[in-house]
Design a binder for this molecule. Structure first.
Ligand code: ATP
Ligand code: MG
Length: 242
């Protein structure tokens, strides 16, 4: 791939003696929508935490937007244009929706950037349900609304790449049918997206390419449309009955 937005090679992540990611290569092209699927404990979140600078990798290299960012911290990654919507959303429940959104624009608010208000307005156009709830404590939002807030907060930093870890976590199909098309729309408008997703059928339908992770490694990868018909995927992740 020529000049990808993200290029991860030989990534390793350890927690003390536990190796969670044992040498993973992942690329995201500019404007591409890429998925990562795999069972519980495969190392997906650990890989995303290393990519977004939340934890330091034990090995390998991460390049983002043409630069080596292997040892960059998460706030530096946000400033460079990588926003992460973490597993479990990690919104601040005792702060209002608006305060949570402002935190997404943190580095820019600190520069009293008036454009942050425009960014919030754009996010609210994408998620009108948040507008009615701007003054509400984020902890009192429904699960689906909290996920909307987590995505909106990520978008406020004007990312080039949005990393989403488990969009579907704990959410009903009805809300997923609303959220997945929003990601597809953002991608259609040019945003590169890396999506980790347990609900393989949703991920394969919306992404262009998919990596399958197990035991800290990429087992295989390919165009999502092809993997959706691949026996290995059908058996292990789409619940095909024999
Ligand atoms: N903070 C931590 N301390 C120790 N071990 C951890 C920690 N976080 C994850 N692990 C271990 O690393 C491995 C990979 O976990 P990880 O959360 O990355 O998997 P995952 O693919 O995201 O799983 P899931 O689909 O359940 O979210 C697991 O064996 C897990 O127990
Ligand atoms: Mg995870």
């Amino acid at each position: 791939m020529s000049d990808p937005i993200l290029s991860v090679s030989g990534l390793k992540v350890s927690y003390g003696p536990i190796t969670a990611v044992a040498g993973v290569d992942i690329e995201v092209g500019r404007g591409e929508f890429v998925g990562v699927i795999g069972s519980n404990g495969a190392g997906k979140s650990s890989a995303m935490r290393a990519i977004s600078g939340v934890l330091a990798p034990a090995g390998g290299a991460i390049r983002f937007d043409g630069a080596d960012v292997t040892r960059r911290k998460s706030h530096e990654m946000v400033a460079l244009g990588l926003a992460m919507v973490p597993e479990g959303r990690m919104i601040f429940g005792d702060q209002t929706v608006r305060e949570n959104l402002l935190l997404g624009g943190f580095s820019r608010v600190m520069r009293s950037d008036p454009e942050v208000e425009d960014d919030i307005e754009r996010a609210l156009e994408l998620f009108p349900r948040l507008r009615e709830r701007l003054g509400q404590m984020a902890g009192s939002l429904s699960g689906g609304e909290q996920q909307m807030l987590a995505i909106a907060r990520g978008l406020i930093s004007r990312p080039k790449l949005l990393v989403v870890d488990e969009l579907s976590l704990g959410l009903a199909p009805k809300i997923l049918d609303l959220l997945f098309p929003i990601l597809a729309d953002l991608n259609a408008k040019g945003l590169s997206i890396l999506l980790v997703e347990q609900m393989a059928s949703y991920a394969l339908a919306v992404t262009q390419r998919t990596y399958v992770m197990e035991n800290g490694r990429v087992l295989f990868s390919g165009p999502s449309a092809e993997l959706a018909e691949d026996d290995r995927v059908l058996d292990a992740y789409l619940g095909r009955k024999h």
